[in-house]
Design a protein around this ligand. Structure first.
Ligand code: AMP
Ligand code: GLY
Length: 429
């Protein structure tokens, strides 16, 4: 651990700003580097203009800057093997290998692991062509959930109330190939009913740390209307997340999957994220992700009392077991401020005003923000919008209701052109 002087965080969302913020607060006082980062991460260290998907560029950056540990935020570089490539180059990295990242990158692989480990999940049939999928739809009872097998930035899931909608979804994947090669294999799933929750643990082979949970709001508009987005807000911990549910999710879902992946020869090392539906028959898996959630990270990382740098370091060398992962009982609510039009077309380049000073009670995690012409922030640098999701305002409270009130107070003071946000994040929960 004495060597963790230079820590590189890969990605440019609010999740990566949250990771960088937590790393910057480590008692080991590392220098924080981010690639490519945003105006928020520039306040914590240095941004480097290397894309999260440019694996060779990241390796070069890590070598040039004597990086001691790299933390990967998003799924795409994990799925394309950034961890394997770093390790080949003798570089220390936190996150799963390409083969372990299949738990997110291939929904059919995840289903096979769950079947072998006897983990409750939505029933699914896997298809390689449109004719067989349509024949199945005509013989079964709606509703259906139609999913592209591969990564599709959260868009490859089509909830189909009728057989007709399901057939259209199948055609969009196999015939018009709207999801590219992600849609070469398609799953048709049972539509689960219940409360949705995201569960997170640090996993190192068969070892699963203390877990925590958060809820995310995926639809663009209030009342869960509008298009699916990357997430418009989140809160943690949910009231229904009690010790009994925690135990059940650990013993029925997280541990069997971690153990089975280790037995398969693709041990998972990193943050395992289970997207669950709490149904009348208990928790069932909707999907696994191989990294932190966004916007869940913005409410979960502030609740992490342990040193993230030490956790990531120990996980990267396979010695995480036995290290305590402590989550505070504080409540956090995060509201995403977006550019109006997101997830469709939107304009950017508007100056942002009214940002509060960072405090222990409220943190603004940047996403689509840029600095006008500079990479390092000075006192007078102007921050402007540069993306769909612009920032997450995360606030602490002794209850979710209190955290929610204080988050919206801050949100109401932030101004930029075309600002859009949901008014009902964590309302009535
Ligand atoms: P995914 O990309 O798999 O997370 O799916 C996106 C969203 O679609 C999930 O967060 C759920 O809200 C919904 N969803 C996916 N699969 C199912 C399912 N089998 N039953 C009910 N809702 C689902
Ligand atoms: N919050 C959903 C995701 O990160 O995939």
């Amino acid at each position: 651990m004495g060597l963790a002087k230079n820590v590189l965080i890969v990605g440019n969302g609010a999740r990566e700003h949250a990771i960088a913020w937590k790393i910057a607060s480590s008692p080991h006082k590392p220098r924080v580097l981010t690639a490519p980062g945003n105006a928020g991460t520039a306040q914590l260290g240095t941004n480097f203009d290397v894309s999260a998907e440019d694996i060779e560029g990241l390796v070069k950056l890590a070598c040039d800057e004597s990086v001691d540990l790299t933390i990967i935020g998003p799924e795409v570089p994990l799925a394309t093997g950034v961890v394997d490539r770093f390790r080949e180059g003798g570089l220390r990295v936190f996150g799963p290998t390409k083969s372990a990242a299949r738990i997110e990158a291939s929904k059919s692989f995840a289903k096979d692991v769950m079947a072998a480990a006897n983990v409750p999940t939505a029933e699914a049939e896997v298809f390689q062509n449109a004719a067989a999928a349509i024949e199945y739809i005509e013989s079964a009872t709606p509703p259906f959930v139609v999913k592209a097998d591969g990564l599709a930035a959260g868009k490859g899931v089509i909830m189909s109330a009728t057989a007709e909608e399901a057939v259209d979804a199948i055609n969009s994947m196999f015939v018009s190939q709207e999801f590219g090669s992600a849609g070469d294999t398609v799953l048709i799933e049972e539509w689960l009913q219940g409360q949705e929750v995201s569960v997170f643990a640090f996993v190192d082979g068969p070892y699963v740390s203390e877990m925590t949970a958060a809820c995310d709001y995926k639809r663009a508009k209030d009342g869960d209307l509008g298009l699916n987005t990357g997430g418009m807000g989140s809160y943690s911990p949910p009231r229904f997340w009690d010790e009994e549910l925690d135990k059940r999710v650990r013993s029925e879902i997280m541990e069997p999957v971690a153990t089975h992946m280790a037995q398969l020869g693709c041990p998972f090392q990193g943050i395992l994220y289970a997207g669950l539906m709490i149904t009348e028959d208990g928790p069932k898996v909707i999907e696994f992700n191989c990294r932190m959630g966004d916007p869940e990270a913005q409410v979960v990382i502030p609740r992490l009392k342990s040193d993230l740098l030490e956790l990531a370091w120990r996980s990267s060398e396979g010695s995480l077991a036995g290290l305590e992962v402590e989550w505070s009982s504080d409540s956090w609510v995060g509201v995403v401020l977006a550019s109006d039009g997101y997830p469709g077309k939107y304009e950017t380049g508007f100056e942002i005003d009214g940002l509060p000073d960072q405090s222990e009670e409220c943190i603004v995690f940047h996403a689509g923000t840029g600095l006008v012409e500079v990479l390092e922030l000075d006192q007078n640098a102007k921050i402007s919008t540069s993306g769909g999701r612009v920032m997450t305002v995360s606030s602490r409270g002794d209850s979710i209701a209190e955290a929610r009130r204080s988050a919206y107070e801050v949100v109401d003071g932030v101004q930029f052109g075309n600002v859009y946000f949901r008014r009902d994040i964590a309302a009535g929960v």
